[in-house]
Design a protein around this ligand. Structure first.
Ligand SMILES: CC(=O)N[C@@H](CC(=O)O)C(=O)O
Ligand SMILES: [Zn+2]
Length: 312
């Protein structure tokens, strides 16, 4: 059999929590694993828990000066350092030094970045590339291991909408987004789902490093299509809310003519696209400042190559 892709062993892995200081599952898990790492230890992998934005965690805020999960741009990372830089830009440069440099052979193999959402997305894995077959095989493994609980895959690869994440310093970046959970709140069910995903992910890497070959497969993903803002008045203030028929319906098809927003005087604004889309991040609290009510996606099935450990 040919057609299988070789990937280097993934020996250096990091688990990031507190990239956003008010998303509590990742903050709590990193703190648990920093005190006792037996649960995340595997014989063929070195896994480091890491708190990304300790000042934001202390304030229980998303960020201090600017969103850390947008800060890993080439411009920021190559900027000469200095006290006058926004806190998160300084922090991005530090994280890039420890776990990167981004895009270099020295970068960590895999970074899991733990996030929570106020949206009803359930467990979601976020990938940034449709051609990283190592990551696609890993999410296929995790989805099977999590069943019957669902685990969706959001693909953020997009010419305009992709953003420069904290995890992007790794060769294989993986976002975990679990909700619904309010900001600043811990919910045990959300915490446990996140913990299970990390466990399965580390088991996959351990097996891969041990020489297990993973056969070709197919994986369902939701590819980011568009950001949709709230309707606004002439002063730029929000003039409508997510419609009750759309609220909490992440990953369900939104068809042309379906209700999308409800104005303060009770009228309905319908979706007017050409065909069905799959909205997600519906009414995410952190996205009001980003002028985003939800993101639309298209559902696709990706063909994933067989993978095996490359022998160099
Ligand atoms: C709610 C939230 O923070 N979501 C993350 C998604 C991601 O990590 O790609 C963000 O916007 O940075
Ligand atoms: Zn987040």
């Amino acid at each position: 059999m040919s057609d299988s892709c070789g990937y280097a062993e993934a020996r250096r892995v990091a688990i990031f929590g507190g990239t956003h200081g008010n998303e509590m599952s990742g903050v709590a898990l990193v703190s648990v694993w920093t005190r006792d790492d037996r649960e995340i230890r595997r014989s063929r992998v070195r896994t480091e828990p890491f708190l990304c934005n300790p000042r934001a965690v202390e304030k229980c805020a998303r960020y201090i000066d600017t969103d850390l999960n947008r800060a890993f741009t080439p411009e920021n990372l190559s900027m000469p350092g200095g006290e006058e830089l926004p806190y998160e830009v300084r922090r991005a440069k530090e994280i890039n030094q420890i776990f990167g440099p981004k895009g270099s052979p020295d970068a960590y193999d895999v970074i899991f970045d733990l996030h929570n959402t106020t949206s009803n997305m359930g467990s979601t894995l976020i990938l940034e590339s449709a051609t990283d077959h190592f990551n696609l095989q890993m999410v296929h493994y995790i989805k099977k291991a999590m069943a019957p609980e669902s685990c969706m895959v959001l693909l953020t690869e997009h010419p305009q909408l992709k953003y420069s994440t904290t995890r992007s310093v790794a060769k294989h970046p993986v976002g975990l987004e679990v909700g619904p959970q309010p900001q600043g709140v811990l919910r045990s069910n959300i915490f446990e789902s996140m913990r299970r995903i990390v466990k399965h992910a580390l088991d996959f890497i351990e097996m891969f490093n041990g020489g297990v070959e993973f056969p070709a497969c197919r994986v369902e993903v939701f590819r980011v299509h568009e950001r949709v803002d709230y309707p606004r008045d002439t002063n730029g203030n929000i003039s409508a809310m997510v419609h009750p028929h759309l609220q909490d319906c992440d990953w369900e098809p939104l068809n042309p003519g379906d209700p999308m927003f409800q104005t303060f005087d009770g009228s309905t604004i319908a979706y007017q696209g050409a065909g069905p889309v799959y909205p997600t991040f519906i009414n995410e609290a952190a996205y009001y400042e980003k002028h985003q009510a939800f993101v639309t996606t298209f559902r696709e099935t990706l063909a994933v190559s067989a993978i095996r450990k490359s022998t160099k």
